[in-house]
Design a protein around this ligand. Structure first.
Ligand SMILES: Nc1nc(=O)c2c([nH]1)NC[C@@H]1CN(c3ccc(C(=O)N[C@@H](CCC(=O)O)C(=O)O)cc3)C=[N+]21
Length: 334
């Protein structure tokens, strides 16, 4: 395992999962050539669906600009330190912004910056009317308190949906949070746009992180699903997962979810992005999901791939949230 990211928000779930003796991640680390694999599952093309959404957003932004005499839309990205992964994500976010007509501002701080310096940047963007969304890239260096940093972001500009007030509203019946976290929202959007019914279905979310598992479970519940969260302390997780219609895997352990976890005909959304060594790859590693794709695709009726699954949807939802924020700021959305 290389390039492992530091655990976000301190659950440290993946270690506990990996230490479990009763679960065996798929040992055939590299999925075999898919062309040679026989499976019946439909591949949910997240890249294509995200492209459609970005197109819709670009058109809406053009209309918005004509309605507001060319007012700008802005997204500010704050990057502290330089994790290799983070830089890649930030680059693709900037590119996506440019394509749809959102101005992206970037603030790079050295890894040894103080929390106060980060808070000052956040406050500066809070006060800037040309900024409609503020994203502080995770993970933050260990000496910073993520909750304090996220709480400092203006609720009206919290396009990540990580502000405690947004999370609180997401958890409450009858409240509508102004922003829903991008990755969970992307999962729901993938299901809806692939004509997978959520209402009345049983869903398992594997993983309970603050940024994916927990908000995904709340969001699914809001969409009238019956939701079970399976986590690293759940005994016999397969007994639960193999009974449900939809499985959302957000664990961060490569190939943990095997074929026998999946009910035949279920729909599988794989949120994991795990680097594993691959000497044949140019970079020496490649990305795989939490689901052993080959095995999952032989059981599921539909499954998301890595890459080109949930990842591109996260970015599309970030643009969506930024557009919603600008519309609200210009009084065009309640
Ligand atoms: N405040 C904050 N907000 C985030 O939304 C956030 C964050 N911090 N920290 C890191 C994670 C990760 N993340 C991804 C976004 C897009 C892809 C993506 O588009 N991936 C492509 C390309 C993968 C590749 O080949 O490199 C794909 O899956 O097809 C992946 C991962 C956002 N995150």
């Amino acid at each position: 395992m290389i390039g492992r990211r530091p655990a976000m928000f301190g659950w440290n779930g993946p270690k506990i999962w990996r230490d479990r003796k009763d679960l065996q991640p798929c040992q055939a680390i590299l999925d075999e050539d898919l062309a040679k694999t026989e499976f019946t599952a439909r591949i949910i093309d997240g890249k294509l669906i995200a492209e459609e959404i970005r197109q819709e957003i670009a058109e809406e932004i053009m209309r918005l600009k004509s309605q507001t005499n060319g007012k700008v839309l802005g997204l500010a990205v704050v990057l502290v330190g330089s994790y290799k992964d983070s830089e890649t994500y930030v680059r693709s976010k900037k590119k996506a912004c440019k394509e749809v007509g959102i101005i992206s501002l970037e603030e790079n701080l050295p890894v040894d910056s103080s929390e106060e310096e980060v808070l000052n940047i956040v406050r500066k963007f809070n006060d800037d009317p040309s900024v409609h969304g503020i994203l502080v890239q995770l993970p933050l260096p260990k000496h910073m308190n993520e909750e304090r940093v996220f709480a400092a972001i203006s609720v009206e500009k919290d396009v990540d949906g990580f502000h405690p007030l947004n999370i609180g509203k997401l958890a409450m019946q009858g409240r509508t949070p102004p922003f829903v976290p991008c990755t969970p929202r992307g999962c729901i959007e993938l299901l809806l746009r692939s004509n997978v019914e959520i209402k009345g279905k049983r869903v398992v979310v594997i993983g309970r992180s603050n940024i994916v598992g927990t908000p995904a479970a709340m969001l699914l519940q809001r969409n009238q699903a019956t939701v079970t969260i399976v986590h690293s302390y759940t005994p016999n997780p397969t007994e639960i997962t193999c009974e449900v219609d939809i499985v959302i895997a957000a664990v961060g352990v490569a190939h943990l979810v095997r074929g026998d976890w999946i009910k035949p005909g279920a729909v599988v959304i794989d949120v994991g992005i795990n680097p594993i060594e691959d000497p044949s790859a140019k970079k020496g590693y490649r990305l795989v999901g939490d689901v052993c794709f080959k095995e999952g695709a032989m059981k599921a009726s539909a499954i998301t791939p890595i890459p080109a699954g949930v990842g591109p949807m996260t970015i599309a939802m970030l643009l969506r949230n930024t557009l919603d924020s600008a519309k609200r700021a210009y009084g065009l959305l309640d």
